[in-house]
Ligand binder design. Structure first.
Ligand code: 13P
Ligand code: SF4
Length: 306
């Protein structure tokens, strides 16, 4: 359990939340104590939805930059704060506006889908966004035969396997999921033959061959909660194990994923200081936000399919 110092910090944050009409949102990969102080913990899709629903004036966003930007675009009148502005998803930096325009010029008949792990200016260039919870559904809904998909080549390859459309994608990857290799999953599966294997679609295609189910992070929570099975191999960032244990304490999880150091830049201490001083406000250029909003809203209308 938590030390006296951590308990004191948790108490102070709770008091500040009340006094300032603030809420804390945390992604599933956040540290356990950050998850415990949060009002809501979820995946990229849930977090985007919750930003619109909350009546709070301030959202302290414990996740990576693109998630906080998405919240700001959806709720421009709220103050969105990030405990660590340096918590940037490297994958979101692997595509820029120039690259998307170049792809559009080369493939003028293609629709452009961007994973939510992108910057706001890239979203502004796209027709529609998606998350890992609805990528296949969204691509299949488009009238175009050709679809440009940025920036994750592993997710793009997964989509390509599940659609008749032609998927055009540049190189881009998550350094955490791309290290979840098939050999590792095979070894853990061999050691635990009755375990069900749940993998995130950011894993390489050869790894996904071993999946019983390919799911977003909250998709994994829902699957585990509704399953009669007792053992699961989890192929995503290691913070997910705390979430799963909380939801299904009687079940056993074998993690094959590593750590996202960007997500871990958020701590209880910087969450406290951020809310206390109302610092690190996230802003998005209003013109960019207007264009990006359309791509995000279209995605939210589709819902999730995992
Ligand atoms: P989820 O939307 O599935 O939580 O994924 C976000 C992410 O960053 C995965 O690495
Ligand atoms: Fe980005 Fe990968 Fe970290 Fe998710 S786990 S935030 S995709 S670097």
């Amino acid at each position: 359990m938590y030390t006296f110092a951590v308990k004191e910090l948790l108490k102070k944050i709770q008091q500040l939340k009340k006094a300032k009409n603030a809420v804390i949102f945390a992604h599933n990969y956040q540290r356990p104590e950050v998850q415990d102080v949060a009002d809501f913990v979820g995946d990229s899709f849930n977090l985007a939805q919750k930003g619109i629903e909350t009546s709070a004036d301030i959202i302290v966003f414990c996740g990576v930059n693109f998630m906080a930007e998405t919240a700001k675009i959806l709720a421009p009148n709220k103050k969105i704060l990030m405990p660590a502005l340096a918590a940037m998803c490297p994958m979101a930096g692997m595509v820029n506006v120039a690259k998307v325009r170049e792809l559009k010029e080369a493939h003028p008949d293609a629709a452009v889908v961007c994973y939510v792990n992108t910057t706001a200016d890239v979203k502004a260039e796209c027709d529609i966004c998606c998350t890992s919870a609805n990528a296949v559904k969204i691509v299949n809904s488009l009238p175009n035969h050709e679809v440009i998909f940025v920036p994750d080549s592993n997710l793009a390859a997964y989509v390509a396997k599940n659609t008749d459309k032609k998927i055009i994608y540049p190189e881009g990857f998550c350094y955490v999921h791309s290290k979840i290799l098939s050999e590792k999953v095979f070894a853990v599966k061999s050691a635990h033959p009755s375990a069900i294997t749940l993998l995130h679609p950011e894993c390489p295609p050869a790894t996904l061959e071993y999946a019983d189910k390919v799911l977003s992070t909250t998709g994994m929570v829902n699957f585990v909660k509704n399953s009669k099975e007792k053992e699961f191999i989890i192929g995503t960032e290691e913070g997910m194990i705390y979430v799963l244990q909380k939801h299904a304490p009687d079940k056993t999880f074998y993690c094959v994923g590593g750590q996202c150091i960007q997500q871990k830049k958020i701590t209880l201490q910087n969450t406290y200081e951020c809310l206390r001083d109302e610092k690190n406000e996230v802003t998005v250029d209003p013109e960019v936000a207007k264009k990006a909003l359309s791509a995000i809203e279209k995605m939210l209308k589709f819902g999730r399919n995992d």
